[in-house]
Structure formats: C-alpha cells, structure tokens
Ligand binder design. Structure first.
Ligand code: ATP
Length: 222
C-alpha cells in the first residue's frame, strides 16, 4: 500500500520571543506513506512537539504546505480539521488530555462515539494488553501518571486510526510496559497499515520503528 499520509512541503514555523524571532522549522520537506513507522529524535527544544502539533492541526505553519492523506490542508476550516482528527488520527501527547469527568472505559470509547462506532473486540484487546482490565470503571483523575498514559494510548488506538502521532508515549512507563506498548502499536501498524510518527528519546523504542528522522537546527535528517 503506497498511499501518501503526510507530506510536508517547505514547512517553516517560527516564534517571536520579545524582539527576537526564533525559527524552529526551516523549510522542512517530509513524506510518510501508509504503514510507515518513524521515530523522531532531536535535542530538547528543537521543535519535535511543534512538528507534531502542526501535523495534528493544533498549530499552523508560518509558511509551506501540509498535505494529509493526499489533500492539501491550507484551506481546511475547523470542521474539516475535526473530521480528520476524529476519523483518521490518534494522538498521545505529553499532556494526556483525558476527559476527567469520565471513567477509563468511557475515555477509551470516546473516539468511537465521535464516529458513531461501537466498542469492538479490538478495544477489549487494548484494555487487556495495556493492563487496564481492573481499572475500567475508575475515574481517570484517580489514576497514576503511567496508568493515565496507558489510557491515552488505548484511546488513541480504539478507532484504528490511519495515523498515530505520539510524543514520548512510554515516558511514564517501566521497561516491561514500554515494550508491551511498542509491540501493540507495531502490531496495529502491520495489520491495519497505520502510519506512526513517534517522538522518543529511547533508543530501545526507536528500534521498533522502520525509519528515523532527526530534527536539529530547523532541519530534519533521515
Ligand atoms: N507557543 C510558543 N510560543 C513561543 N515559543 C514556542 C511556542 N511553542 C514552542 N516554542 C519554542 O519552540 C521551540 C521548540 O519547542 P518544542 O516544544 O517543539 O520542542 P521539543 O523538541 O518538543 O522539546 P522537548 O524535547 O523538550 O519536549 C522551543 O524553543 C520553544 O520554547
């Protein structure tokens, strides 16, 4: 399968800090096909989260063109971005953004409700593999950081998205749980051709991905 999932064409992004302009992404060209898995590395503050935020539509580039699933996003309005995020995207960002009035099960089911889908055996598999069985009815604000991270991973994968964007998705987990998560997302990539772009500082986690992108001084090197 060779469908284009992400294309960045000369993407620039900068921030103004007082009277200084800080160029974080400098004419970045990238291409990710359906089923590609990529580990994104780079020093702290180089712009990894900014790059993921642009691809998810949470931030706009200063210039350049971002295409998703073959369509340029330049003219997308909020409704079109929401449709893409609900149907095609799973995100695990550093702030888990769980829905605090809800329990674990309802958080995981949330993307299914948005798409008028029902709980599936795949969701049970996620709950089981991520060690959440005993926590299904617990309110998420009562969980530890690692437990919340596992709920965020399950929620991101429940609707089998075409694209998973993950920012240090195993940062709060022990080694055994990290390996389980990596095996789980790789199985999804293999079976469902989900593309993965994952920020990680862990060499062990990066080795699960097929490709490496290194971001530094505004440029991405493969
Ligand atoms: N909204 C903003 N306003 C001003 N500067 C910002 C903003 N967002 C990010 N930056 C700056 O852009 C640079 C890149 O930040 P970003 O969070 O993308 O880096 P990162 O590579 O993800 O870092 P880390 O590995 O530490 O999480 C940093 O210098 C940061 O201060």
């Amino acid at each position: 399968m060779s469908t284009s999932v992400i294309t960045l064409d000369k993407i620039c992004k900068g921030f103004t800090d007082g009277d200084k302009f800080h160029q974080v992404l400098d004419h970045v060209d990238l291409h990710l096909q359906r089923g590609d898995t990529v580990a994104l590395t780079g020093p702290s503050g180089c712009g990894k989260s900014t790059l993921l935020n642009i691809i998810a539509g949470f931030e706009r580039p200063t210039s350049g063109t971002l295409s998703l699933l073959g369509a340029p996003t330049t003219q997308w309005n909020d409704a079109r971005w929401s449709e893409f995020r609900h149907q095609q995207l799973g995100v695990v960002f550093q702030q888990f953004n769980l829905l605090t009035p809800l329990n674990v099960e309802d958080n995981i089911a949330f993307p299914l409700h948005l798409n008028n889908e029902r709980w599936t055996p795949w969701c049970d598999h996620l709950v089981d593999t991520l060690g959440l069985c005993a926590l299904r009815k617990r309110h998420v604000e009562t969980l530890s950081g690692g437990q919340q991270q596992r709920v965020a991973i399950a929620r991101a994968l429940a609707h089998k998205p075409a694209l998973l964007l993950a920012d240090e998705p195993t940062g709060n987990l022990d080694q055994q749980a990290s390996l389980e998560v990596m095996r789980l997302i790789c199985a999804l990539a293999a079976e469902h051709h989900t593309s993965i772009l994952m920020v990680t500082h862990s060499q062990e986690c990066a080795e699960f991905m097929q490709r490496r992108w290194h971001l530094d001084l505004g440029k991405v090197h493969e």
